[in-house]
Ligand binder design. Sequence first.
Ligand code: DLZ
Length: 191
Amino acid sequence: MYLKGPSPQHHDGSGLRVAIVHARWNESIIEPLVAGAKEKLLAAGVKESNIVVQSCPGSWELPIAVQRLISASQIQSNTSGAPSATDLLAASTSDLTSLTNSSSGPFDAVIAVGVLIKGETMHFEYIADAAVHGLMRVQLDTGIPVILGILTVLNEEQAKARAGIDGKGHNHGEDWGTAAVEMGVKRQEWG
Ligand code: DLZ
């Protein structure tokens, strides 16, 4: 059974800069989800050069990865070009990597993508709960919309259906891309 999503709205993403941060656990499911999100960003007009894709080991690491990426992009934009000596001294090692690797500008939205498949242990519940709360905290603390792209499923078959694999189900990554454009545009409008 599939629940009905939000009614579609069209938003122009040509002025947006968006990051996709994905976990590497369950990579065969992650890949189509990231591709689906990216496809919708491009379809809404987000420039390829304004889409940054980064990864972290697992869903547990998503909140800190998203938080540091947002922080690094804001340091970079405050410098409007080359970072100052003060910024470089204040930045951590991971900030420095982002400062030098990514094209410039703060992110208008970030999509956090992970796939948690319930196993025999309590790990699933602990990680899902912590990651979801962590991502909510990051978006409220930074004011940058963080799209919740974490699938929590009972088995691989459910995960495949939610990633649109084998022609079954629907690729939820597409919904996350669309949500990122809407929230990125609205964040710019609402300040
Ligand atoms: C440990 C673990 C387990 C059991 N399952 C998953 C999973 O299904 N999906 C996922 O994204 N990550 C999983 N992890 C890894 C944790 O998220 C984390 O990367 C490690 O505990 C290291 O901190």
